[in-house]
Design a protein around this ligand. Structure first.
Ligand SMILES: NC(=O)c1ccc[n+]([C@@H]2O[C@H](COP(=O)([O-])OP(=O)(O)OC[C@H]3O[C@@H](n4cnc5c(N)ncnc54)[C@H](OP(=O)(O)O)[C@@H]3O)[C@@H](O)[C@H]2O)c1
Length: 340
């Protein structure tokens, strides 16, 4: 039942029935990468709650003609246009980052691009930024990904805009890459190599839980930093065993010296015309950076999700290079299809 106070709240929150009262809310939010992975989940959650959604994307052609999302270019070389695309935005949900250095973009460049985006948001009068970072970012990290993320968080705070920082370790669900590709390998290979004891933990969050958390944080007005993590934190070898069981693989899990993993992953990546796992990604995971001691902020248990999606998991390889460097490739959402 809609009450008079609900209607008043809706008017004052720009048509968003779920949001807390936000003075000056335009009803419009902008999400980076709404046709890619987490940005897609965030945009869908926002549209579902009655928000008008714009996206800044390098792949506007991935939007469908009936899409409710207004796509604009994510062009860091044109900050004036970026700012004008952001005008009228209440909250910017920023997913922009690069997983590894490739083509003309590395992590240093991604830091500069993120700063350009924040400056454009400030110039455009954006009221709040919900920013996706990574667990355990530090300025003195040996890993450019983690160091860059720490620098970007620092730049965000320096804008003096209202902000929330969400720090996931890995995402699962939808068209996630890491778990899917482990499953793909386990389905096809007779052996699966785990670096060292494999006792480093991986605390994943379901991509739709992350989207919900983003929306929650979008409607708040206090500055916050929170780990975006689910309830389960298996060690890497437990995770591989879980996936192996879920997809009915008979691959033998073997432990190899940690130093063997990066070159092995490099060779496999070459064969797949992709980057499977970088030396830094393995090193960061091996040194415990995918773990969090914080409380669960996502509710979906990895093991439950895995059991429900085992039939589709790893049937197709998810190629990271195709996603970001090939045009006209749409990204389906397999586990959503399975749920519906
Ligand atoms: N996926 C994970 O498991 C995971 C784990 C921990 C943290 N995170 C963080 O979560 C955020 C979102 O990750 P995601 O996996 O959902 O990312 P994504 O959808 O693949 O990409 C997010 C945005 O970054 C842009 N982008 C990605 N790679 C790019 C490249 N090489 N060159 C130019 N633009 C690029 C995308 O551009 P388009 O609009 O053109 O697609 C999109 O706008 C990131 O900040 C990431 O660091 C992700």
């Amino acid at each position: 039942m809609t009450t008079a106070s609900d209607s008043r709240a809706r008017e004052s929150t720009g048509g968003h029935p779920d949001a807390a009262f936000i003075a000056g809310d335009t009803g419009v939010d902008t999400v980076t990468g709404a046709f890619s992975y987490s940005g897609r989940a965030i945009a869908e959650a926002l549209v579902g709650s009655g928000r008008q959604v714009r996206t800044l994307t390098g792949h506007p052609e991935r939007g469908t003609s009936d899409s409710l999302i207004d796509a604009r270019p994510l062009d860091f070389d044109d900050p004036v246009r970026l700012a004008s695309s952001l005008e009228g935005t209440t909250t910017l949900y920023n997913t922009y980052w690069v997983r590894f250095a490739h083509d003309r973009t590395d992590h240093d460049r991604a830091v500069i691009n993120s700063q350009t985006l924040f400056r454009a948001a400030k110039r455009a009068g954006v009221q709040r930024i919900v920013h996706i970072s990574i667990t355990n970012p530090t300025i003195d990290s040996p890993y450019p990904y983690f160091r860059g993320k720490a620098l970007v968080e620092r730049s965000l705070i320096a804008t003096e805009l209202s902000y929330a920082v969400l720090r996931p370790a890995i995402l699962f669900g939808g068209e996630g890459v890491l778990l899917n590709n482990i499953a793909w390998l386990l389905r096809r290979m007779p052996v699966f190599a785990v670096g060292g004891r494999g006792d480093y933990r991986v605390r994943g969050i379901h991509v739709e839980d992350l989207a919900r958390l983003c929306m929650e944080k979008g409607s708040e007005r206090t500055d916050s930093v929170v780990d975006a993590v689910g309830p389960e934190s298996p060690t890497f070898v437990e995770l591989v065993r879980l996936i192996r069981g879920a997809v009915g693989s008979r691959a033998r899990i073997v432990h190899v010296p940690a130093a063997v993993v990066p070159p092995l992953a490099w060779m496999l990546g070459r064969a797949l015309h992709d980057v499977l796992l970088t030396r830094d990604e393995f090193g960061a995971m091996d040194s415990g950076l995918a773990e969090s001691s914080g409380p669960a902020t996502g509710e979906t248990a990895l093991s439950v999700w895995m059991a429900a999606n085992s039939a589709e998991l790893g049937l197709h390889y998810a190629n990271e290079l195709d996603r970001h460097f090939v045009r006209n490739r749409s990204i389906p959402c397999p586990d959503r299809a399975a749920r519906e």
